[in-house]
Write a protein that binds this ligand. Structure first.
Ligand code: GLY
Length: 423
């Protein structure tokens, strides 16, 4: 008998997780909460307030779930895994104290340094004068971050000291980020390409996943505003599994040891954001959950059983799980609402998803979609769909992904045209 798995969340990442779990031999049934019209094709979708740990645990109990997989950071930071553990329900994801590595940039830096993992210099402070003094010891460009979760808006890269002081005042004086900006982190700017590596952790051991490259800016050529991610591809030339193996000893195991020593063993997905500097990889940040849309690109390459891997993270040793990969490339192109990442309309009818899904090698992951009262598929978020295609190499996957994406239309649709181009 396979496991009954409940996936918490309703974005593209959660659709990809539910899709891969539904194809896992160890999984009998996948429900999502709240899910979306894409996950509804895989199993039940159940209403839940994802910010409410008690509601999540009540739902898991009512549904008699064997495993709860938490997608987004908000329920993790709110303590969903703590509540599930109290009720002895296995959960994939860190406790609230583990998720603090994403919830507090100052805490993440403290852990990196204590673990001896490579990272840039920094100062974390709630004091304006101390922040101004610290800025003098760094060079341009200056990096000023709000300590807490600020919906992706809390990071400023500043060309000069005037701008950097203004960024400090934004957080500490004008309180532009509320409590999330009660402390600022001033960091050394790291020069080099940004990469990310995902590790599935069980408190001690880690299974590294094949890396994907995402595209954070809204416009072609990395122009425009920062977004949650406009596309992704894998494998990344020069940054495949063989190239990141050494990061297990350099970053992941020391960080896991440090967190365990603090009495908060880390289970779940550890997302290491790093910069490949001339002096080697240096950590930029941690996230406590899978990346979105990287997950949509990575999971179609996973040949082994995702359910078994996530179960091992929650309950046992990931070291006992064989993780294997298909020898193929995957490209995900995000279709976004007009105006994203600024304000955008919702309820806009979407056409062509079935036609895109029918293209050989293509899966369309839903992110910001809903079904309206007339039964039509409509937009319901900034990032609407992730058109994902597999191919024998990145160029073939890219060509198929754009061919499929061209079959989808909605008013205001915006996408980058250079995902996985020119590698
Ligand atoms: N795509 C970046 C992230 O998930 O944080």
């Amino acid at each position: 008998m396979g496991h009954k798995v409940l996936v918490i969340g309703g974005g593209g990442r959660e659709h990809a997780l539910a899709w891969r779990l539904a194809g896992s031999p160890s999984v009998a049934e996948v429900a999502t909460a709240p899910g979306n019209p894409g996950t509804a094709e895989l199993g039940p979708t159940l209403p839940v307030d994802v910010a409410d740990p008690v509601a999540i645990a009540d739902l898991a109990e009512r549904q008699r779930c064997d495993l709860v997989v938490i997608g987004p950071e908000a329920p993790l930071v709110a303590g969903a895994v703590d509540e599930l553990s109290r009720r002895s329900i296995p959960a994939f994801g860190p406790t609230a104290s583990g998720a603090h590595i994403e919830g507090s940039k100052a805490f993440a830096k403290e852990v990196m340094v204590a673990a001896g993992a490579p990272t840039g210099g920094y100062l974390a402070t709630a004091d304006r004068d101390a922040a101004f003094a610290a800025l003098e010891s760094f060079a341009a460009p200056y990096v000023v971050k709000a300590d807490g979760l600020a919906a992706g808006k809390g990071v400023r890269i500043c060309a000069d000291l005037t701008e950097a002081r203004d960024a400090v005042d934004d957080a500490l004086v004008r309180q532009a980020f509320g409590d999330a900006g009660a402390m600022v982190v001033i960091e050394e700017f790291l020069h080099g390409p940004e990469r990310s590596v995902f590790g599935v952790c069980d408190g001690t051991n880690v299974a590294l996943l094949a890396p994907a490259q995402d595209y954070k800016r809204a416009l072609d050529g990395d122009g425009g505003l920062n977004t949650g991610g406009m596309g992704a591809y894998t494998p990344v030339p020069g940054f495949g599994l063989a190239d990141v193996g050494h990061l297990e000893e350099l970053i992941f195991r020391p960080v896991l040891r440090e967190l365990a020593d603090r009495g908060t063993p880390y289970r779940g997905l550890l997302y290491a954001g790093l910069v490949e500097t001339d002096a080697g990889p240096k950590l930029l940040e941690f996230n406590a959950r899978f990346g979105d849309p990287e997950t949509q690109a990575i999971l179609p390459r996973l040949a082994s059983d995702l359910g078994e891997l996530l179960w091992a993270s929650a309950t046992g040793s990931v070291d006992n799980v064989e993780v294997s990969w298909h020898d193929r490339a995957v490209v995900t192109v995000v279709l976004a609402s007009g105006g994203y990442p600024g304000s955008y309309p919702t309820g806009v009818p979407i056409a062509g998803v079935a036609a895109a899904d029918a293209v050989d090698g293509v899966t369309v992951f839903h992110a910001g979609t809903a079904t309206d009262d007339q039964g039509r598929l409509v937009t319901a978020g900034g990032r609407v769909l992730g058109v994902t295609a597999a191919g024998t190499n990145v160029e073939a996957a890219r060509s198929t992904a754009y061919d499929a994406a061209d079959r989808i239309s909605f008013d205001g649709l915006h996408r980058r045209s250079d995902i996985a181009a020119g590698l």
